[in-house]
Design a protein around this ligand. Structure first.
Ligand SMILES: *Cc1c(COP(=O)(O)O)cnc(C)c1O
Length: 431
């Protein structure tokens, strides 16, 4: 598959090069040159296929021929070594649980897939290591660190804002060692992200080392997220015809991957981008004016994004046509107060413990159902509630059992390097 830059100022390239670069030389996001729908039989017979088979068929065209089919199958098997259960609440609502991976956030799948692709490409290229540089507001760092742990030829440097991630999130990204380094930034998530961007623009630095990103701008982290939507369809298509996905959205990589599944022929009626108060897309759909703002801190912190990177990909999918976009996507925005009340409601009505991100997804689904009572809305539950123990515990006043993945990191010793500025980061990278 060839990939082109959405800024249109860089040459087309291969999957391999797009993964290694992350961002195109003109700073545009890469997008596949074509999307060939899967056969209607694939969806008709989806019950007979395993998760690995579904994922393989869905992503093959985007990855071949650079990763041969047998190797791709192995990468997918390794990536998907856990389950993706659908929990039906009633005839209108389900939760799709995406938190059964090693760091208990949906980003595990993308991070594990990307790590294995990059590992595959750097095999036999021992003279030049790749450095993955990533800024995190909480979940990305842990998933990337875990996904890349021990991958040969790849070093990972994670920047996180000191004191602004949850204790468990911090443990997940500072206790792994080996090829993973955590830089604790005296500043906000935006400061971390700015430093990472500055590094990618620093010609002196990039002439001395191979740098790539592991945010959802990287095609190998973004595309495997389309699997989830197919897994949910497999679980629900016998019972419901009018399937809608409510996706708690920050950088809009996940919902955009769902739209790729739709382009591959998945029968999806509609998408809902559910937002916290960082609501640039909600406002855009209301006013047709795209007006990004600095991010504000909320209890669903993985969605505290002021200017979502993947929105340009969504625009591309719907041919930059506002009308087509609105037919396929609705967006709603909710306050922290409404999110806490939603966690309580979900617990009281359905005995289900949702995390703050899943609760925002639930609110989006409920808002949509008011005008579309025949839809079945699948809310993506993107993180395990214990990752946000303080907030969830306070909302539902119930002890939640800690899963083994969380217990395993609790007592480990944190190891981070404190930095204040871009020059500290650069000095570290070159040391
Ligand atoms: C990253 C993340 C999101 C937002 O996903 P995007 O692809 O950035 O829109 C939502 N929930 C959780 C728990 C996350 O970690």
């Amino acid at each position: 598959m060839k990939y082109f830059s959405l800024n249109q100022q860089a040459p087309d390239t291969t999957f391999k090069d797009a993964v290694i670069r992350g961002l195109a030389p003109d700073k545009g996001l890469y997008f596949p040159e074509s999307i060939t729908p899967l056969s209607p039989d694939f969806f008709k017979n989806i019950d007979k296929l395993s998760h690995t088979d579904i994922a393989f068929e869905a992503i093959k065209q985007f990855v071949s021929p650079e990763i041969p089919e047998a190797d791709l199958k192995k990468i997918i098997e390794d990536t998907l070594s856990f389950d993706f259960p659908v929990v039906e609440l009633n005839k209108n609502l389900s939760f799709l649980e995406l938190f059964h991976g090693p760091t208990m956030a949906f980003k595990d799948v993308g991070a594990r897939f990307m790590a294995r692709c990059l590992g595959y490409f750097s095999k036999g290229n021992a003279q030049e290591d790749v450095t993955v540089l990533v800024a995190t507001s909480g979940d990305t760092g842990g998933a990337v660190a875990n996904g890349f742990l021990g991958v040969e030829g790849v070093n990972v440097v994670i920047l996180y804002p000191s004191g602004k991630v949850s204790d468990i999130q911090e443990k997940q990204l500072t206790t792994l060692k080996k090829n993973i380094t955590a830089l604790e930034v005296n500043g906000t998530f935006d400061d971390c992200q700015d430093m990472v961007k500055q590094a990618f623009l620093d010609d002196d630095l990039i002439s001395k080392m191979k740098l790539t990103s592991a945010n959802s701008i990287n095609v190998a982290r973004w595309l495997p997220q389309l699997f989830y939507f197919m897994f949910a369809y497999k679980a629900l298509h016998d019972k419901y015809e009018n399937i809608v996905f409510s996706v708690p959205s920050g950088n809009f990589g996940n919902v955009c991957a769902g739209m790729m599944a739709q382009q591959l022929g998945l029968p999806v009626s509609h998408f809902i981008a559910s937002n916290n108060e960082n609501n640039v897309v909600t406002r855009f759909l209301d006013t047709e004016t795209y007006n990004p703002k600095p991010s504000i801190q909320t209890i669903s912190n993985a969605m505290d994004v002021g200017n979502p990177s993947n929105f340009v990909r969504i625009q591309e999918i719907y041919n930059n046509n506002f009308g087509t976009l609105k037919e396929n996507l609705s967006s709603y925005s909710f306050s922290d107060k409404a999110t806490i009340e939603a966690m309580q409601e979900i617990y009281n009505e359905f005995s289900y413990v949702a995390d703050p991100h899943g609760a925002v997804g639930y609110l989006g689904a409920k808002a949509y159902l008011e005008t579309h009572p025949n839809a079945h809305c699948v809310c993506l539950e993107t993180a395990h509630p214990t990752k946000f123990l303080d907030v969830v515990g306070e909302a539902i006043r119930e002890n939640i059992d800690l899963p083994p993945q969380i217990v395993a990191v609790m007592d480990k010793k944190k190891k981070s390097i404190k930095i204040d500025s871009y020059s500290d980061l650069k000095a570290h990278l070159l040391s």
